[in-house]
Each structure stands twice: as structure tokens, then as C-alpha cells.
Ligand binder design. Sequence first.
Ligand SMILES: C[S@@+](CC[C@H](N)C(=O)[O-])C[C@H]1O[C@@H](n2cnc3c(N)ncnc32)[C@H](O)[C@@H]1O
Length: 305
Amino acid sequence: MDNKWLELHISVPAAAVDLVCAGLATLGSTGVRVFERQLDTFVAPDPDADAPESYPLRAYFPAEQDGDALLKCINEALGPLRAMFAHGWSEARLEAVSGDDWSESWKQHFPVFRVGKLVVRPSWEEVTAAPDEALLTLDPGMAFGTGTHATTRLCLEALVATLDTLDRAPRVLDVGTGSGILAIAAAMLGAGEVVACDLDAEACRVAQDNAAANGMAAAVEITSRPLEELGAGFDIVLANILAEENVRLAGELVARLAPGATLILSGILREKESLARRGFAPFGLEGPRLSERDEWICLTYRRAD
Ligand SMILES: C[S@@+](CC[C@H](N)C(=O)[O-])C[C@H]1O[C@@H](n2cnc3c(N)ncnc32)[C@H](O)[C@@H]1O
């Protein structure tokens, strides 16, 4: 697509972001991107960390206008805000950009994807699922787990493959549920009972919202209780937490497996494979089967019948 835009580059004080966005919209901006903290990382943002003083913005204007005149208008419009908020501004500059539709390109980071009969879509994508497919809708950026991260995808693939081998509705435990994506997927794909835990209360809240939005609130129990307080006898246990955390919790994870159950461990960097294998070696599990994507691996173990 050969769209052309004038792209505004500016950093603005954190407290002025909304006002600046509103001002730019009245000047004809067709969209603004605010570069906030990255949420889809393995390390949860520290809520106590100081919020940044300013945020970089990119705003987009149709290219068929005089850039110098537009920049003058922008500076005039921002004048009163600059007077109100003294610190955190950079000079505004405009760049001509082309060859890409900015309004769509950022969404490419959250494409619709399918794993077996599961279809995961961001809320803005209209998707028609086949009658035998389960459609899971997620808003990205609220808690870890849009499905776009390699570790989540590996878990979903292992989960779907495991469910395909079962002829009964399994009990599933999702440790470190984040957005709830794995737990909701399990419920949609026919799990009989799903328990999802996360030590982050905000993640639990997001997971609850996502479960409700997908009509799965009653099917998924979401809790912030620690693993050792949860029951046992699960047919599938998922843990997309870092290798070190998987190893630290190894005994508790294994203790929750029913005979014949599957344990899916993700969040393991390739260079941590031997650490993870060593951590689970004492428990006499079958496997592991290894799957990999980017710099991550997933280990799937089975407890003997
Ligand atoms: C990488 S995210 C995984 C989210 C989601 N399950 C997925 O696969 O996309 C890891 C989550 O595990 C949680 N977590 C880390 N250690 C945990 C523990 N010991 N018990 C429960 N939750 C934990 C974090 O708060 C975070 O939400």
C-alpha cells in the first residue's frame, strides 16, 4: 500500500499526553501513537517504579498539506500546554513517511492466528470462525499473554496437541495465567474444569475480564492464591513462567499432576534447557518432548499412569 503521511515526532510531559492527543486530533491528525511502557515482557512492570516524565508521540497527518504551515499550527496549538506544563517537551518535527499504512502496521504485531481448532483474535479484527472452531478474543497490552509471544504460542500448541489425545474433559491448571489466554483456551476447547492462578492481582483482574468477555467466566476459576494452596489431580498443568521459577516450583507442579497427566513448561530460554531438565529429573516423569520457537523452548512431560 503506498500511503503517504506527515509523521509528527514529539515528546510531551506525561500529564499532558491526553490534552496533546486531543489537540492534534482537532488539527486533523488521523491517529496518534504513544510509546508507553512495554507490557508484553516477561518481567512485570514495577508498579512502584517512577513513571516517566515524558512520553514520545507519533501523530499522523495526511500528506497533502504544507508541512511548514502544519508545524507552525502545531506549535501554536501546543503553546498554552507548554506554558501549563513546564518540563518534558521536545521540539516538534515532521517527517514525510510512505510505503506503509501506519494505522494498520502496528496491528500486524497482533495478527489473528490459529492453533488447531482455536482461533485467537485481537478485538478489532472481524473473523469468521468455522462452526467447529473456538474463537478467543483478547485485547492486547493489559497483561502478558496476547498469544503473540513465542512462549504463549508454544504453550497453546502443546495444550491443543495434548487435548487432542484425550477422550475425556480434563481438569486443567494454568500457573501464571497473565491475560488468562491459556486457561480460557483450555475451557473453550472442552476442559472440564480450569483453575488459573497468578500472583499478580492485576493479572487476575485482567484474566477475569477476558474470561467474562469470552463467555468463560463460569468455566475458569481465577485465583491469586499460591500454587501450594491449590488442589491436586489435574490432567494438564501449564506453567509459562521463567525456567528458574519452573524449577523452583518443580515439586509443587509435579504434585498437582494426576496419574497420566501432562505437564507443559514454557518460558524457558534455550540456554536454560539443561537447568530446566535437571530441575525436573528427580521426579521420574516421562519425556520431555521439546518444542521451540525463536529463542524459547517448551518442555512437555507426562506422569506415568
Ligand atoms: C509470561 S506470563 C504468562 C502469561 C500467560 N500464561 C501466557 O502464556 O501468555 C507469566 C505470568 O506468571 C505470573 N507468575 C510468575 N511466577 C508465578 C508464580 N510463582 N505463581 C503464580 N504466577 C506467577 C506472572 O505474574 C505473569 O503474569
